[in-house]
Write a protein that binds this ligand. Sequence first.
Ligand SMILES: [Zn+2]
Length: 331
Amino acid sequence: MRETARGGEGPAAARALGVYRLNADDAALVEVAPGAHAWVQPEGGWWVNNAGLVTADHGGEALVVDTCVSSERTRRFLDAAAAATGRAPIRLAVNTHQHGDHTYGNHLLPESTLIAAQEKARDGIVADPFFSGVPRIWEPMPDWSDAVLRPPALTFRSSLAVHLGRRRVEVHHPGETAHTPGDAVVWLPEEKVLFAGDLVFNRVTPLIFMGSLDGARRALDWLAAFGAEAVVPGHGPLPSGEQEVRRCLDEQARYYELVQRIAERGRAGGLTPLQAARKADLGGFADWPDAERIVLNLHRVYADAAGVEMDMEAAFADTLTYLGGPMHCEA
Ligand SMILES: [Zn+2]
C-alpha cells in the first residue's frame, strides 16, 4: 500500500513519506493496487467518508467512487486525484448510495463526467430531505450550503460494467436494502479491490437506520464472497491485508448481532428504542465513534419488526436525548 497524495500537500512530499499514516485532519490518497486508490478521511465519523479513484490501464482516463459532503473536502479529493493521474479526465463517477457525505460534492465534478448510481440511490438523492435544510442536530454542522443538487444521470438495477481501457470495473447492487435501498459496490475483478461504500464501516459504528438490519447482515456474506484482497470501507481506516478485512467484516457482523439482541430484549421487555439503548451494554463498541447510532439503529429494527414506517424525527430526537446534546461531527 502506497500513499500517493495528501490533502494540502504536494504528491512528492507524500511519496517521500512512503508509509501509510494518517492524522485526524490528514486525508490521504492511498494506492491499494496498481491504478486503484482510496481517498481516506480520518476519523470517519458523521459526514466524513472515504472515496475512491480508479485509473485506466493506459492512464489517460479515470473513474471516481463518490464525492464528499462539503466543497472543501470534495475539492481536496479531486485535487489529489488530479495530481495522481496527471489530470486525466474523469469519465464516470459512481455514487455508492444516496447519503450526502458521498454525493453532495457531485456538483464539483466536471460537466462531462457521467454520474452513475443504483436507481433507488438516485431516487433517494432527488428526494433527500437533508439537502435543503436540516436542524442543527450535529455540532459543528457540516456545511454544504453552496452545493447544487446533481443527481446521477445514469442508473442501473443490479449491475454495470465499465471498461477503462483494458481495466474492467464492475458495479454491483446487493439485491436488497442494506445500508440504504440503493447501495452499490465498485469491484475490480483483476485487482480484487472492493470499494464497499457504507456496506462496510471499519472501527466506526455502522449505521442502518435508512436501511435494514437483516439486509445489512446478509450483505456482509455477499461482500465476503467477492474474495477481495483490499476493501475500501465507506468510513474508517483501510483494513490492511486479507486478515484485517476479515476482522473488519467479523466485527461488523458482531455489532449487528448485538443490535438484534438488544432490540429483541427491548421489545420483549416493553422498552422503547431509547430505553433499550440506555440499558444496553455496547461492550467494546461503546468506544467506536458515533456509538449513539445504537438509538437510530434500534428505531429501524423496531419499525421493521412492527411493519411500520420509521419515524425519522423521533429517532433523531431520541438520539439527542441519549447523548444529552447534538451529535459530534468533524466534517
Ligand atoms: Zn451512508
